[in-house]
Design a protein around this ligand. Sequence first.
Ligand code: SF4
Ligand code: SF4
Length: 374
Amino acid sequence: MADGLSAEVKRLARAAGFDDCGITRPALDARDVDGLRRWVAAGMYADMAWMAEPERLARRSNPRSLLADVRSVICVGLRYTPPRAPTADGCGVISAYALGDDYHIVMKKRLKRLARALDRLLGAHDQRVFVDTAPVLEHALAASAGVGWQGKHSLTLNRDGGSWLLLGELFTTAELDCDPPASDHCGSCSACIDGCPTGAIVAPFVVDARRCISWLTIEYGGVIPRHLRPLIGNRVFGCDDCQLVCPWNRKASTVGSDLLRPRADNRAPPLRELLTLDAATFHARFRNTPVKRTGRARLVRNAAVAAGNSGDRSLVPALVRLIEEPEALIRLHAVWALIQLRDAENSTAIDAALRELRRREHDTAVLEEVARLR
Ligand code: SF4
Ligand code: SF4
């Protein structure tokens, strides 16, 4: 149970803009560390090679390695607005957390504000703040701090706000009273496992990043495996499906004022607009959002996949223009989309464009994609 000091820390966390706050010791359950090691051993970290680096893995397994003499971990949660109604035809879907300001920036600013307040409250102590980038097993710490339990989709959720929640941590050398750990309320539910479009949740609490649309569309910079492209649908940045089907999210309370300031024009961006983004427009359009960090090439790649899945033949001219792109990554996915959209009416134009591409193309992966056209 929190003492007066811990209660004051939580009041300061709320004043800094956080919706949830819990305190725990810098220690992990052996079950969480084992789970991490098994996940890495199975190669489910995809191309995020840093996840498997022994030194980084050791640090992730031991929160004490991140700050000398750390005694308490303050886990905070920032809630955001859930996705709204299904996206209209011809539009892409951007994950709800990415519709507005980049949470890394928003969260870090708030954590630093909290750190300054703690300096005044606690006197001499060392502290460090973390938002996603450092080797912190944040969901395990959040569970042990009582912020929420780790759902079978691997994300943190609680009974009040569901899983529309982003996590951050403040490590401090000050000794604070801890909160009781969160209890698990998934029960026999498996809605997220059953509802994942790509079967990425291979077991409760285990997500194979190689199949996860969030990883494929955000982190991964390469060619999206052909068999997964149709399953991506119209998701152009991230995926909320495992959260959308969660019964706790249906009951979640709404966010008062969303610090991430979701932008209306990011809710359902027309695919035609995304396919025709040049570098300057991309940077202006997605400035300060998480989409910007992913870069134009990946977003246009994702939009091409979504266009191929859309059945919308009016997107063919924009895709034909994309096969002129300098980036092979974009050309390849545009070719795939054109073949998906090819029908009796447009086949002459598409075939001519792809024959012309074959004549000048040097990239073997793009040529392989074109060769699918017989
Ligand atoms: S984010 Fe999407 S693809 Fe990834 S586990 Fe959840 S439902 Fe599956
Ligand atoms: S969908 Fe069901 S199993 Fe998945 S996180 Fe929500 S409650 Fe847990």
